[in-house]
Design a binder for this molecule. Sequence first.
Ligand SMILES: [Zn+2]
Length: 196
Amino acid sequence: MNNLVTYQLMKPGRALMAPIGLYDYVFAANGTFIHAKNEIFEVTAPLSIIREKERMVRGLRSIQPSIKLPKRVPAIELQRMVDMSRLSFPNEILFYLKWINGQWELDVPPQKAWQVMVKPLEDSQYIPIEVHSHNSMPAIFSSTDNRDENGLRIYGVLGRVDRRVVDFRLRVSIYGHYSVLPYELVFEPIAEVKNG
Ligand SMILES: [Zn+2]
């Protein structure tokens, strides 16, 4: 069976070739396609429109989405972030979590804070986790956040910090491709924080 299926990479400048076997999977900028040709016709269909059960790329093995960190950020650091966000209210506050000597270290870098924005005053070295607060507003990433957040990094927003239980939205940026994560994957949970 496996010799009947092949794979093509649509690198820039490359034309779509006829399948070498019966059919092939084509990895293109806009997704994965299934592609086949016979004497009469040729078809190229995005895998995303195929019925879910049949969407598997045959001949490859499956993998699971995952995120691996040396360890979760301790609850005490999350609690400190919530407390400081409340103290800074109605201004925002920016936090860095640095991995130093086998520990997560919470840092509040020099910053300029407003009610709707916060900016670091200096460029820093690589920061794996960055969190900022959104005063009484929901924990939704703003268009400014989308512009600034584009490395390989975990970004978080603490929202509605004036409430008893604050909202926390966390996402990983894979060079500007975002994926939202339950915060418990990265932080030890506390009762004062829920996914927002
Ligand atoms: Zn923001």
